[in-house]
Design a protein around this ligand. Structure first.
Ligand code: SAH
Length: 384
């Protein structure tokens, strides 16, 4: 019999998080779509015929300009602005800490209304700047090599809390109004804490706001959603969002993957790869990324590399080889450098791109699978 508790932590019925209003009874505006913004004006008694225009004005100040003060919203009449400020807030959550790594990587820890801590990471590279965004507080999946998986599950993030991660990063980097060219944050990856396909309603609502060309305006070609392999949700993700897809593969056979990514026992590799083949729009110019953490003696042999190429045949793929980032108490080691090089060469020589992802931000515990560690540690040291 399959023991489901090994695969996932149980999800409490009430995992929605804080409500739509702050402690003063003011409605959060970040995370609202145009219809909901129109509704805010409806509740203020504005005439029906002007609601759409008002919603568009507010949308512009909120998501294009990143305004943090109602007073700045000069296209909205002064009296109406004041009434809006009485019932609504532009709050994005409180920045608990903002750390900068030696290599330019930055990490934000944001405290939300219920005290939940959310982490996001900014990774500047030569040709792009990527913000790594979280979708949940904690994670229900128990991937054996991921630190987030060992920690308590807390809850799904709300659309507001997902959109706010990008807005906070833009606030800090001074990147408002949304620029068209030369952006610091050019790309978004849903690769922070959590499994985005287990919170797809909220992730979808948030990403639709982020992709809107009149607002934050980060296009679907520059957004990548990473999943451990929630096969039934992958089709919906493709149909509804059509963002780039990344899959945490990490193994080439079910036996090993069952151990590393236990959700594999529900949705084995063959089903996962079939879902990848169905994923819309995958082509050579828009390949699916397969993440592969290099674990010494577990998944890093030359035979594994050849098998990887074989099972991915026919899928427009690129493989991100991630040197495993160790954490205290973990049972795995990172593969040796020559082994990683050899693995990469075998895959590359078979015609599949397999860059080795140099770990970034390790000194601030911002690397893959390390999120939340620092904040947990910090709080533990504050207690002593
Ligand atoms: N739940 C989603 C989103 C998380 S993305 C998913 O699994 O895809 C985070 C990526 O980092 C995943 O590919 C994950 O498997 C990988 N990862 C986790 N811990 C790691 C570690 N210690 N070293 C290297 N990669 C790790």
């Amino acid at each position: 019999m399959l023991d489901l508790t090994d695969i996932e932590k149980p999800v409490p019925v009430d995992n929605a998080g804080p409500g739509d209003f702050d402690a003063n009874g003011k409605r959060y505006l970040v995370g609202l779509d145009r219809d909901e913004l129109a509704n805010v004006f409806r509740e203020l008694g504005e005439p029906e015929k002007s609601l759409r225009m008002r919603a568009n004005q507010l949308w512009h100040w909120l998501y294009h300009r990143g305004t943090q003060d109602f007073e700045d919203m000069t296209t909205i009449a002064k009296g109406l602005r004041a009434r809006l400020a009485e019932v609504a807030t532009l709050d994005r959550g409180a920045i608990e800490s903002h750390q900068q790594s030696e290599d330019g990587t930055a990490k934000w820890l944001v405290r939300n209304a219920d005290g939940a801590l959310i982490e996001s990471v900014y990774i500047p590279e030569e040709d792009r700047g990527t913000l790594c965004v979280s979708s949940q507080v904690g994670c229900t999946l128990n991937c054996s090599f991921c630190h987030t998986g060992t920690q308590a599950w807390v809850r799904n993030l709300q659309p507001r809390e997902i959109v706010a991660q990008i807005m906070i990063a833009r606030d800090t980097l001074g990147e408002w109004p949304s620029p068209q060219e030369g952006r610091l944050i050019s790309n978004v990856v849903m690769m922070g804490m959590g499994e985005p396909l287990y919170n797809l309603d909220h992730v979808a609502k948030a990403l639709k706001i982020v992709m809107d060309g009149d607002g934050v305006s980060i296009s679907k070609r520059r957004i990548t959603l990473s999943t451990a392999g929630v096969v039934p949700m992958m089709d919906r993700c493709g149909e509804e969002l059509d963002v780039n897809l990344a899959v945490s593969l990490h193994a080439v056979n079910d036996e090993t993957r069952d151990e590393l990514v236990p959700i594999n026992r529900k949705y084995p590799i063959a089903e996962l790869l079939a879902a990848c083949r169905r994923y819309p729009g995958s082509s050579n110019s828009r390949r699916i990324t397969f993440e592969y953490a290099m674990l010494k003696g577990v998944n890093d042999s030359a035979a594994d590399a050849r098998e990887l190429v074989r099972i991915l045949k026919g899928i427009p793929a690129k493989i991100n080889l991630i040197p495993f980032n160790p954490w205290p108490g973990v049972a795995y080691d990172c593969s040796d450098w020559p082994t990683i090089r050899k693995f990469s060469d075998i895959v590359f020589n078979a015609g599949v791109s397999a860059p080795i992802r140099m770990p970034r931000g390790r000194d601030i515990m911002a690397a893959c699978g390390q999120l939340k560690s620092a904040s947990v540690k910090q709080r533990a040291s504050q207690r002593t």
